[in-house]
Design a protein around this ligand. Structure first.
Ligand code: BJW
Length: 257
């Protein structure tokens, strides 16, 4: 793990609001594959094959089955030290917003107060026609029967509540993420390759608004040239160390005359 600067620790200890943009890398240590790393999800499948609406309409059973498999992986996974550290940061900073591209629900399960899901949530499904929520066991039963899962109310196809390429992000999530980024004193970009838009714009936008921007990632990313600081290492090691340092600094500040 590379060194964490005193500047970042001080800025976090003094911050009123911190925004954290997260991507698949933060959940890698929970056993959930990323998208673009070697052995990632898209090593095996091309995104255009499975993660878009045309693929879904062309072969709903295949796409529903893939997402059901991933939902099961996610349900068996547990939040890791990185997710828990972001929850722990709330003890030292008045307001923390977690803006996540992840669909795995792990920030919610770690207890983070303000989770903004930009790309949806794989644990939910809905009908493409009537938009009613569909229970996961409707999908499970259809897949066991080898048939496309259909809405019990209107017979429309059921899809996962995730955002595919070319689809609009949930407007309420975008509004909240825009606001969280604009008012952030510090933005942490954690475990994302930062190549998918509009999420990849948030670190740059936060810096334009005066935030100190740091990334946490073992590798370089699309925003590396635009950040104030890059901490190279896995989120499950870096984030607990960072939050501990912020806690120590806050205590020193509280003890000062
Ligand atoms: C670790 C680690 C450890 C490993 N610790 N780190 C502007 C410019 C160019 C293109 C566009 C643009 N605006 C829009 C576009 C088009 C498109 C886009 O961005 N294309 C680019 C790829 C070029 N965007 C869209 O289409 C978006 N929609 C849109 O803009 O709509 C506009 C519209 C308006 C009005 C009407 C209609 C439309 C939608 C984007 C949806 C993205 N969806 C996916 C799939 C979700 C469903 C599913 O799960 O299957 O979201 S794609 C996939 O990528 C997923 C992720 O959330 C997203 C980001 O990936 P992420 O999280 O960064 O993962 P990886 O794998 O890339 O990186 C992992 C990182 O972790 C690596 O850096 C590792 O090093 C690191 N790591 N271990 C810390 N232990």
């Amino acid at each position: 793990m590379s060194t964490i600067s005193d500047t970042l620790v001080c800025r976090l200890a003094e911050a009123d609001h911190v925004a954290v943009l997260t991507g698949a890398g933060i959940s890698a240590e929970s056993g959930i594959p990323t998208f673009r790393d070697p052995d990632g999800l898209w090593d095996e499948f091309e995104p255009q094959e499975l993660a878009n609406v045309e693929a879904f309409l062309d072969n709903p059973t295949l796409v529903q089955g893939w997402y059901r498999h991933r939902r099961q992986v996610v349900e068996e996974a547990e939040p890791n030290a990185g997710h828990r550290a972001l929850k722990a940061l709330e003890a030292h900073v008045p307001s923390v917003s977690v803006v996540t591209q992840n669909v795995d629900d792990l920030h919610n399960r770690a207890g983070s107060d303000a989770v903004i899901e930009l790309h949806g949530n794989i644990t939910r499904n809905y009908c493409v026609d009537c938009e009613r929520t569909a229970a996961p066991d409707v999908v499970d039963a259809a897949i066991r029967d080898g048939a496309p899962a259909r809405c019990p109310a209107c017979d429309g196809l059921i899809r996962p509540d995730v955002v595919w390429f070319g689809e609009r992000l949930p407007p309420e999530a975008v509004e909240r993420a825009d606001a969280a980024t604009a008012r952030a004193d510090v933005l942490l970009s954690v475990g994302t390759s930062a190549v998918v838009y509009p999420a990849a714009r948030y670190p740059v936008r936060a810096r334009e608004h005066g935030a100190y921007v740091a990334e946490v990632n073992p590798d370089t990313t699309g925003v590396t040239p635009d950040v104030d600081e890059s901490i190279r290492g896995p989120a499950g090691e870096v984030l607990p160390a960072l939050v501990e340092a912020v806690g120590d600094r806050s205590e020193e500040g509280a003890g000062a005359p």
